[in-house]
Design a protein around this ligand. Structure first.
Ligand code: 5GP
Length: 187
C-alpha cells in the first residue's frame, strides 16, 4: 500500500488554519486525517479531549519529550504543543494523508526531519487583518492576545522554509488552492 502523505499546515495564530482545515476535510477524495496534538494549554469552552487536543500536564509533556514520543514540539505563548509520532506513522502506514496543523517552530522541525513532508504556509492578506481576527476570537485575556500578536509578527517572517505559501483573503479560495496543491501530490 502506498504510504500516506505528511501535510504541514502552518501560519500565524489567527490566520484561519482551523477553518481552512475544516474545508479540506470536507473533501473525502483527499483521504485526510487530522493529527491530534498534545498540549499543556488549558482547554477552551467547546473543545474536546482527544478531538481538539490531548490536554496533559507539564510533567506528562516533559515525559513525552524525554521518551522520544513526539515528532516535534514547541512552546507557544507559555504552553507546550507537540505531535505524537507513533500516531502519525501508523496513520501514514495505513495509507491515510495526515495533516499537522502546527506553528512555525514545530513546522521547521518536521521539515528538517521529514524531507517528504508537504509544507504549506498560510498568510493573512495583511497584518491588520490578522490583528482583527485574533482580537475577534475573544476567548483570551489581553496579555495573551498581545503575546499571540507578537509571535504572529515573528512567524510571518518565516515563510521561506515552506514549499507552498497561500494567502487567506477568502477561506473558500484559499482552501481550493490548497486542495489543488494536494491533488498534485495525489496523482
Ligand atoms: P491554539 O492554542 O490556538 O490551539 O494553538 C496555538 C498554536 O499552536 C497554533 O498556531 C497551532 O497551530 C499550534 N499547534 C497546535 N498543535 C501543535 C503541535 O502539535 N505542535 C506545534 N508546534 N504547534 C501546534
Amino acid at each position: 500500500m502506498k504510504r500516506g502523505l505528511l501535510i504541514i499546515l502552518s501560519g500565524p495564530s489567527g490566520v484561519g488554519k482551523g477553518t481552512i482545515r475544516a474545508r479540506l476535510f470536507a473533501d473525502p477524495k483527499l483521504n485526510l486525517v487530522y493529527s491530534v496534538s498534545m498540549t499543556t494549554r488549558p482547554i477552551r469552552p467547546g473543545e474536546k479531549e482527544g478531538i481538539d487536543y490531548y490536554f496533559v500536564s507539564k510533567n506528562r509533556f516533559l515525559d513525552a519529550i524525554e521518551n522520544g514520543e513526539l515528532l516535534e514540539h514547541a512552546v507557544f505563548v507559555g504552553n507546550y504543543y507537540g505531535t505524537p509520532k507513533k500516531y502519525v506513522d501508523d496513520l501514514r502506514d495505513k495509507g491515510l494523508n495526515v495533516v499537522l496543523e502546527i506553528e512555525t517552530e514545530g513546522a521547521k522541525q518536521v521539515i528538517d526531519k521529514c524531507p517528504d513532508a508537504i509544507s504549506i504556509f498560510i498568510i493573512p492578506p495583511s497584518f491588520d487583518e490578522l490583528v482583527r481576527r485574533i482580537r475577534s476570537r475573544r476567548t483570551e485575556a489581553e496579555e495573551i492576545i498581545q503575546k499571540r500578536l507578537n509571535k504572529a509578527s515573528y512567524e510571518m517572517q518565516l515563510l521561506d522554509i515552506y514549499s507552498h505559501v497561500v494567502v487567506n483573503d477568502n477561506v473558500d479560495k484559499a482552501a481550493e488552492k490548497i486542495k489543488e496543491i494536494l491533488r498534485g501530490y495525489l496523482k
